[in-house]
Design a protein around this ligand. Sequence first.
Ligand code: AP5
Ligand code: MG
Length: 214
Amino acid sequence: MKIVMLGAPGAGKGTQAKMIAARYEIPHISTGDIFRANIKEGTELGKKAKAFMDQGLLVPDELTLELIMDRFTKADCANGYVLDGFPRTIAQAEALTASLKAAGDALDYAIDVDVPDSAIVERMSGRRACLACGGTFHIMFNPPKVAGKCDLCGGELSIRKDDEPETVQKRLNVYHEQTQPLINYYTAAGILKSVDGTQDVNKVFDDIKDILNA
Ligand code: AP5
Ligand code: MG
C-alpha cells in the first residue's frame, strides 16, 4: 500500500502516519524528520535545509528530491510506505508519479487531513517532539505519560524551532500557495480521500482505517 499524507502544517499528518505505519507494517517516511535528523547530525544537507526550515520556507525541490528519491528503493518499501510531508509541491508530485510509473507502479491513496488554519496555531504551541525518534505529543491533546519524556524511547521532548507563532503563520501561507494545489492534483488522479482532522486523534485514525480497509 502506497499512501501520501496531505494537510497543513500541524494537521496531524505525522501523528496519523505513525499509526498507519504501525498498523499496516509499512515504513513511515517523513522528509521533515529526515531533514531534522540531518540537522542534528550536522550534515551538509542538514546545514542547507536548516536555513529554509527555520524561516518556515520549503527546502528547494532539487535538494528534497535528491534526498528522497532513492528512499523508495530500499528493501523495507517492498510492501509500500506512508509518505508524510512529501510531495509538497506539484514538481515533487510529478517526480514521484514519474518514478513510480517507470516501475509500472502508482500510489494507492492520498489522504488529506483537513484542519482549518484557526485550529493550527493552538496545536503547534502545545506540540512537543522527540528529536531522537520523531515521536510527537501535545501537552493537552496527546500528552506523554511522563512530562518532557518520549513514551516511545524515553528521549527528551523539545519544542520545534519552527513552531514559533510567526513561523507557523508563514508555514501556513507557504502551504496554501505551494502544497494545497496537490489536493486538485490527486483528485484528478482519482485517489484523493479527505478526513476531518479536527476530531480526536483516534477518531481520525478510525476514519483513515475505514478508507484503507474499504
Ligand atoms: P514537516 O516536518 O513535514 O512539518 P509540517 O508539514 O509543517 O507538518 P508538521 O510536522 O508541523 O505537522 P503534522 O501535520 O505532522 O502534525 P503532527 O502530527 O505533528 O516539515 C518541516 C519543514 O521541513 C518544512 O517547513 C520545510 O521547510 C521542510 N520540508 C519537509 N518536507 C519537505 C518537502 N517535501 N519539500 C520541501 N521542504 C520540506 O501534529 C501537530 C500537533 O497536534 C502535535 O502536537 C500533535 O500531538 C497534535 N495533534 C495531532 N492530531 C491531533 C488531533 N486530532 N487533535 C488534537 N491534537 C492533535
Ligand atoms: Mg510532521
